[in-house]
Ligand binder design. Structure first.
Ligand code: KG4
Ligand code: ZN
Length: 345
């Protein structure tokens, strides 16, 4: 799908509040028919949840309601636009924590009602899925791998809005495995970046952790066996502190191997030659390098989200909203949130 020219490019303000990040973004297009991020503000709650080792829903929703208004004002200031100039208001409708989704959703609806502009209810996963193409001029046919804290999904994308599920996790999501293994090893939340940092000078071949379901013909994933294997290896290690880097590197390599293997299998199965990665785990440098090397060798185009669009942000929600706006697909103000919203109909 090609974007429309600037004259038809609406200005979309989007709110993301599905989990622990409060985020507001304003998006538009420029004369090259590219999307332009006028503002992308994030108020991270990581320090707030860190002492609890994970996200506490009540703390998250309370802080969304405290942070949202100043963040919207900050976004408008940064974009140098007034609220009346916004053409549509988008918010994440799911999947996510219901008490968190409600804050952003209700605020976007209130702004839409007050300014008599349309409202767009956006699927958080569609935001991730489209994010590698936010600065491009079209959404090509491709295989999408979404790897976040809550999801691991392989999807065949024919066009924006036309998605077929090829595979998903049968237990933990890839990011969840990073977070749980980090907790086991005494590393702080969120686990992914801390495991990556610890793994830097580690030996990925030191521990032969299992690659769950890797050689099975289907495209589903399983990370619970890997997690248990890390747990069972701990009592056998004499000095955990000096082995931490090798443990992290070996665990990380096992996750990457499975993700890469299944992605290449999906491309082959669907006779496609374009792969796109999104979600927080796709920030991992070792993963990006291994995917790039494998794709280069196989003649596959690899699209990666810019680092600041990998983890939760509102620019990806605004982008999905912009596409829906151009398609004229709006949502009523009484549309509900869906904590378990699916991408597939
Ligand atoms: O996409 P995201 O921000 O939120 C969800 O929609 O879940 O993903 C968060 C997940 C967390 O599990 C976090 O540990 C993981 O992404 N993550 C990483 C890295 N940075 C964040 N995993 C591996 N390596 C990283 N550098
Ligand atoms: Zn996310």
């Amino acid at each position: 799908m090609k974007w429309s020219p600037l004259s038809l490019m609406p200005l979309v303000l989007a709110i993301e509040s599905s989990c622990d990040e409060t985020a507001v973004a304003i998006l538009s297009g420029d004369r090259q028919q590219r999307t332009r991020i006028l503002a992308s503000e994030i108020s991270s709650q990581i320090p707030l949840h860190q002492p609890h080792g994970g996200v506490v829903p009540e703390l998250a929703s309370r802080n969304h309601s405290l942070n949202l208004r100043p963040l919207i004002e900050q976004a408008l200031r940064r974009a140098q636009v007034s609220i009346d100039q916004i053409d549509a208001f988008a918010a994440t409708a799911g999947p996510g924590l219901s008490s968190s989704l409600l804050i952003g959703n209700t605020t976007a609806k209130a702004l839409a009602a007050a300014t008599r502009k349309p409202f767009l209810a956006i699927n958080h996963l569609e935001g991730h899925l489209l994010s590698p193409f936010l600065l491009e001029t079209c959404i090509p046919e491709h295989i999408a791998l979404i790897i976040s804290g809550g999801h691991t999904l392989l999807i065949k994308v024919r066009a924006a809005g036309d998605y077929t599920k090829l595979g998903s996790t049968r237990d933990d999501a890839a990011g969840e495995a990073f977070d749980k293994v980090a907790k086991m090893l005494g590393l702080p939340y969120p686990g992914g970046p801390n495991i990556e940092a610890t793994a830097i000078d580690g030996d990925p071949l030191k521990y032969a952790f299992p690659r769950g379901l890797m050689h099975e013909a289907h495209l589903d994933f399983s990370f619970s066996g890997l997690k248990t294997s890390v747990l069972y290896s701990l009592p056998k290690i004499e000095n955990l502190a000096t082995s931490l880097n090798d443990l992290c590197a070996s665990f990380q390599a096992a996750v990457i191997d499975v993700l890469l293997h299944k992605s290449l299998r999906a491309l082959k199965q669907e006779s496609m030659n374009h792969l796109a990665l999104s979600g927080g785990v796709s920030l991992n440098q070792s993963l990006r390098k291994k995917f790039q090397t494998a794709c280069d060798a196989a003649g596959i185009t690899l699209s990666l989200s810019p680092p600041d669009l990998c983890t939760d942000n509102a620019a990806m929600i605004a982008f999905a909203g912009l596409i829906r706006h151009l398609q004229g697909k709006f949502d009523p103000l009484d549309s509900p949130i869906h904590p378990n919203l699916s991408l597939f109909h």
